[in-house]
Design a protein around this ligand. Structure first.
Ligand code: BT5
Length: 330
């Protein structure tokens, strides 16, 4: 009902009377008035005038259902199973719980704030209130668990296309699935899997997008390695709702294309947008460190690094830093 009222107010492009709304939706004027009050509490600016009715002045850039669902052009994702929260420990934890309860592919969880946002390998992901997109979704790909690493690339390609479409910024992939702008991290991706030997039960993909933070909002220890879309957009803030919609739409498309068309086109697209290939890199794999030139990706997505002695190493998993005079970038 709230969503319908917002759409009606939006379409009216001026005042619309409580009576018209109540007739259109077949509910009492008091019911309409109650919904309007809830919308105001959610951050919508709505003017009410005794004779004229209601007029929508401003929509909030809040990750709430009414906003996300309005004009969301996915086939399925986020439509029937969308969970929005003001505050959570981690959206991935919630998505895993929902997946264990049997929620379907395309179930989406978003929060305004994460108190214990997770990075890979037990690291943390800083997720302040209202300035980023902290998102997780459930996948149930009909494939062998051994192919699951391919999904990291599918997700990265989906993100690149979504961010290009919605912001026009020059976004790049860093192996395996960071998204960088100006060589700094704008997006982090954490993929968690539940599988048996021959079947994937589910995959939860967690994506953190720094949208409207300013330089000082990042903790000092990784300020020089992090960036928000706003910082890259000459300080102009961006609509998190529009970007989230773009992510869901593009991700659903890229994922479905991958299920039909296979990994090769994904890998091509990843490489076309990569800032890794051709760079001097340092790879950290547990205790081990390796330096060399990133020359290509293997057809399974592994990183091929040519060492100084000319040998080529195939890296299946690890943390890659791009080397630059005087320092390293994460
Ligand atoms: C990642 O880990 O990049 C995966 C981050 C995934 C976050 C999303 S948010 C929604 C979902 N729910 C969750 O709980 N998580 C997912 P990793 O490659 O390990 O990078 C973590 C490192 O990046 C940290 O150790 C910091 O150095 C740095 N970092 C932390 N917060 C950051 C931020 N907001 N922006 C840029 N860098 C950050």
């Amino acid at each position: 009902m709230k969503k319908k009222i917002i759409e009606a107010l939006n379409a009216a492009n001026g005042y619309i009377s409580g009576e018209d709304l109540s007739e259109t939706f077949g509910v009492s004027r008091t019911a309409i008035w109650k919904q309007i009050n809830i919308l105001k509490e959610e951050g919508y600016e709505i003017e009410s005038q005794t004779r004229k009715g209601y007029k929508l002045l401003k929509r909030p850039d809040a990750l709430i259902k009414t906003e996300i669902l309005s004009q969301l052009k996915t086939q399925k994702w986020g439509k029937d199973h969308l969970y929005t929260y003001d505050e959570v420990d981690s959206t991935n934890t919630i998505a895993k719980k929902l997946a264990n309860e049997g929620k379907p592919e395309g179930t989406v969880v978003v929060a305004e704030l994460q108190k214990a946002g997770k990075g890979r390998l037990g690291r943390n992901w800083v997720s302040p209130h209202g300035s980023g997109i902290w998102l997780s979704f459930i996948l149930r790909p009909p494939m062998l668990p051994t192919n699951a690493p391919q999904l990291s690339f599918v997700i990265a390609v989906g993100m690149i296309q979504a961010l290009k479409n919605t912001t026009g910024l020059d976004v790049k992939t860093k192996w395996p699935n960071d998204i960088l702008i100006d060589r700094k991290k704008a997006v982090g991706i954490l993929t968690e899997i539940s599988a048996e030997m021959e079947r994937i039960n589910y995959i939860v993909v967690g994506i953190g997008v720094n949208v409207n933070q300013e330089f000082e909002d990042f903790p000092e220890e990784f300020r020089d390695k992090s960036i928000s879309l706003r910082m890259a957009n000459k300080g102009q803030s961006l609509s998190r709702v529009k970007i989230l919609q773009g992510i869901l739409e593009e991700m659903e498309k890229v994922y479905n294309n991958y299920l039909v068309g296979g990994f090769e086109p994904i890998l091509e697209e990843w490489k076309n947008n990569s800032i890794t290939i051709g760079e001097e890199v340092e790879v950290i794999m547990g205790e081990e460190r390796l330096n060399g030139l990133a020359i290509d990706l293997d057809k399974d997505g592994s990183l091929l690094v040519k060492k100084d002695n000319g040998e080529v190493e195939k890296i299946i998993a690890g943390d890659v830093s791009l080397r630059k005079k005087g320092g390293h970038y994460a």
